[in-house]
Ligand binder design. Structure first.
Ligand code: IMP
Length: 187
């Protein structure tokens, strides 16, 4: 049985990444840029609220994703402000804040919120650890990708192809958790 799930997002990079990941689970992804209120809170709160809102509006099963970059030396900034900070401060501003900072540990986190009109929202967290480069490298991917060097690599996400990033990204991990959970349900 092919399951059809609507991904609520306006970010086409996320859609492409998610489609590649879902193929092997037999889940067909459609997407809608419905928009949903982003409440104040952590990634989990935003994903839970957004999924519930979208499922009741669209009257069907939906996923939403809330993600961000968390830098330890900056007290986990930009975190839940990642989207706004990317638009305002940009990668150059992050590099300025990290000038002379030795601890460059960072992680991407992705939380998938899933909800249907008949069920409570469920959430699935995926993370990937790495560190912040000293300058931007690569032009693949989007947003913070040229800054983030995942553990075990000497290249940024911006220098990896979509398939390479998809093998182990935060989004891969949260979406896979979700897809395995969905496929293990009998209904
Ligand atoms: P959103 O609110 O879930 O859309 O994501 C917050 C922000 O985190 C995005 O606008 C990006 O700036 C950043 N972000 C999330 N995932 C990634 C990624 O895979 N690569 C680079 N930046 C990301």
């Amino acid at each position: 049985m092919v399951r059809i799930i609507k991904f609520i997002t306006g970010n086409e990079h996320k859609v492409k990444e998610a489609k590649g990941i879902f193929q092997k689970f037999g889940i067909q992804l459609e997407y809608t840029d419905l928009g949903y209120p982003e409440i104040q809170g952590n990634l989990e709160d935003v994903a839970r609220y957004g999924a519930e809102y979208a499922a009741s509006k669209l009257k069907g099963p939906v996923i939403v994703e809330d993600a961000g970059l968390f830098i330890r030396a900056l007290n986990w900034f930009p975190g839940t402000y990642s989207s706004y900070v990317q638009e305002t401060l940009t990668n150059k501003g992050i590099l300025k804040l990290m000038n002379d900072v030795e601890d460059r540990y960072a992680e991407f986190r992705s939380v998938i919120g899933y909800c249907t009109p008949k069920s409570e929202p469920e959430i699935f967290l995926g993370t990937v650890s790495g560190h912040i480069a000293y300058k931007e490298h690569g032009n693949h991917g989007f947003a913070y990708d040229p800054l983030f060097i995942p553990d075990g690599f000497n290249k940024t996400f911006g220098e990896l192809t979509r398939n390479e990033k998809n093998e182990f990204s935060h989004r891969r991990r949260s979406l896979e958790k979700f897809a395995s959970w969905l496929n293990s349900k009998s209904d």
